[in-house]
Design a protein around this ligand. Sequence first.
Ligand code: ADP
Ligand code: MG
Length: 350
Amino acid sequence: MAILVLDKISKKYSNSKDFAIREVSFEVPQGEILALVGESGSGKTTLLRLIAGLEHPDEGQITLAGLTVAKGSMSIPANKRKVGMVFQDYALFPHLTVLENVKFGLQKLSRSEKEKVAQETLELVGLKENIDKYPHELSGGQQQRVALARALAPRPDIILLDEPFSNLDTLLKDQVREDIRQIIKRFGITAVFVTHDTKDALSTADRIAILHKGRLQQVDIPRILYEIPANGYVANFFGKMNFMPGRPTDDGFYTPFGFLQCEQAKGKDHKYHIRFRPEHAFILDNSPDHLQGQIEKVAYLGDHQLLRVRSMDPEEKPAYVYVKTIPGKFWKEGTVIQFGLSSFHMEEEP
Ligand code: ADP
Ligand code: MG
């Protein structure tokens, strides 16, 4: 069953002429972790606040666990929705202990029940030893788990997290991502988190929804978004993507970089675009049957290097090719290289 259903949600702030969110529709099934990604200003926080009930949509309908929470002028306020929020700065009470912070979210229970539920939740997030500490005595990752425990303790229908990883050091991030995912899965709860970092989304989410200027571009599992993006915007958001024109013949495509053999070209008569990721190009020495270009620029990135390669046609866009770093081996600008493609997509030119 879908826990969250957004149906053609639009939102315009009164002091703004553009829509912050425009006709966004998607569903989140029970137990799924969905990442909401997009550039700064694409509407991620607005969408999260609409789900929480902190903003009201101008149009569309929001359903939470089978209950319509917003439709037309009707909107159930945030405190009446069974939603847990984890804010970017954690928003913990500095003068309350870890246990008291978590108990704070459990208003309706008796005193002994509050104690029991808070203790249990803190144990499940791995903070049993820290319940009497104050927030400032904890690491960033631990403070975040307190905020998560506070949101989870009332057993909401869904939890919403705004940029949960943005305040953490790079070295800590991998571990925290894994921990947070494990905790959410342990509770079996549905979660939506906002991030501008594609690595956060690809590594932590079951599915990803991508926004651009308030409009939804694609919702899918990470692998599909990366490998079969719906459009050029999505393709470039998740890393570099090369596009080159291709004229089909019976056994391949003529491209600015030379002839690309491909059986599927047979019988095609349109102009095509060939699309490939830089890591799907591989360099071959002295292999005239393959694509060819001249290295224009080398970017050294540690584990790999990014080569910008020009074709013979100065009007055409360059292609980007990743090569794994081999210590002692250099790629010189000006060198002519041959390369093949281990994977590519072709699409008709519009
Ligand atoms: P994101 O979280 O993806 O950075 P936001 O949802 O914060 O994006 O913002 C989406 C758009 O709405 C932006 O153009 C932003 O300037 C605008 N916006 C956000 N909050 C308000 C507000 N309270 N009043 C007016 N405009 C706002
Ligand atoms: Mg934001």
